[in-house]
Design a binder for this molecule. Structure first.
Ligand code: B12
Ligand code: SF4
Ligand code: SF4
Length: 241
């Protein structure tokens, strides 16, 4: 397929995504390095479905303002509805790939397959970084230049050839910023993203799920601290509701 055709395919999918409220959109190729991290239930499939589309939806800043010391019911509902919107968008894009005569596998925004190791089908963060949507932040999240960590992601795998984008992955995008380090209640965030203490974070999210009666492992504190170019409104940054 020519580069022009690949670009046309990408634009067609991007147009649909934009109509569905998607803020970030890109694509990348699944190479052997990425394939190693893919869950065994779809690893074989990813050999032929070796193009990935990654989409992102920005979270609402006022919703995040309700998160001050713990996740709130307001944040919980937003988390759920954004996941649903992403899943619907990926479904639409996947259907479009199939109508164009290609195969496509939609990957859920947030479905854990392996509860012991806390792993899903693929890492949207890793795909997003490869697709040029952001960098690996100190808080272990994918940080987008415009929206910081305040974006949720989903992806799909397809045999429709798309342009290889963002191969120039940003490595040290955080620069001098350390804003998220002190907000973590369990000190999970370190200067070096690779030193992130996942065990501490996961234990705290289990406590939040139980104590806040959310029955879901969410938090929101290090997301709120990482807002990219769009600063939180200064008058309300620390307010409670
Ligand atoms: C299971 C899970 C968790 C587990 C922990 C999983 C883990 N291993 O980190 C728990 C329940 C603790 C958790 C917590 C949170 N999660 Co979570 N989680 C997931 C889920 C469903 C699967 C992750 C997975 O399979 N990881 C497997 C490993 C191999 O991949 P990885 O951890 O992403 O990255 C590893 C390597 O890939 C490598 N790496 C190589 N290149 C890169 C590039 C980047 C950018 C990164 C970050 C890493 C990385 O380093 C990592 C360590 O080995 C994903 C959705 C998905 N399918 O991706 C959401 C997801 C990662 N979670 C998300 C969020 C927002 C959260 C929370 C803030 C909770 C909340 N919603 O309030 C916290 C943040 C914790 C933190 N600071 O990391 C978002 C992240 C968005 C973003 N902007 O980055 C995701 C992508 C969901 C979504 N649909 O957007 N999560
Ligand atoms: S999600 Fe919460 S507990 Fe985990 S690193 Fe971020 S602030 Fe800390
Ligand atoms: S708040 Fe600053 S240090 Fe933390 S991940 Fe975001 S940009 Fe990096």
């Amino acid at each position: 397929m020519s580069a022009e055709e690949q670009q046309r395919n990408l634009l067609k999918l991007r147009e649909i995504a934009t109509e569905l409220g998607i803020d970030l959109f890109s694509s990348t190729r699944i190479d052997n390095g990425l394939r190693e991290g893919i869950h065994r239930c779809i690893r074989e499939l990813s050999v032929s479905l070796d193009n990935a589309v990654v989409i992102g939806m920005r979270l609402s800043e006022p919703v995040l303002q309700t998160v001050v010391t713990a996740p709130t019911w307001t944040y919980y509902y937003h988390y759920r509805i954004v996941n649903m919107a992403l899943d619907q968008a990926v479904l639409r894009l996947s259907g479009e790939c199939q109508r164009m005569g290609y195969r496509s596998l939609p990957i859920p925004a947030s479905q854990i397959l392996d509860w012991e190791r806390l792993r899903a089908h693929v890492s949207h963060r890793e795909l997003g970084a490869r697709a040029g949507l952001g960098w690996w932040g100190r808080n272990n999240l994918l940080i987008n230049e415009r929206f910081g960590a305040q974006v949720r992601y989903a992806s799909l795998l397809t045999d429709l050839t798309l342009p290889e984008r963002g191969s120039d992955t940003v490595t040290d995008g955080c620069g001098d910023c350390t804003r998220c380090i002190p907000v973590c209640p369990v000190g999970a965030i370190q200067k070096d993203p690779a030193a992130f203490k996942l065990d501490r974070c996961a234990a705290q999210l289990r406590r939040f799920a139980r104590d806040e009666k959310l029955n879901t492992m969410i938090c929101g504190l290090c997301l709120k601290a990482c807002y990219g170019e769009h600063r939180m409104h200064p008058a309300t940054e620390g307010s409670t509701t």
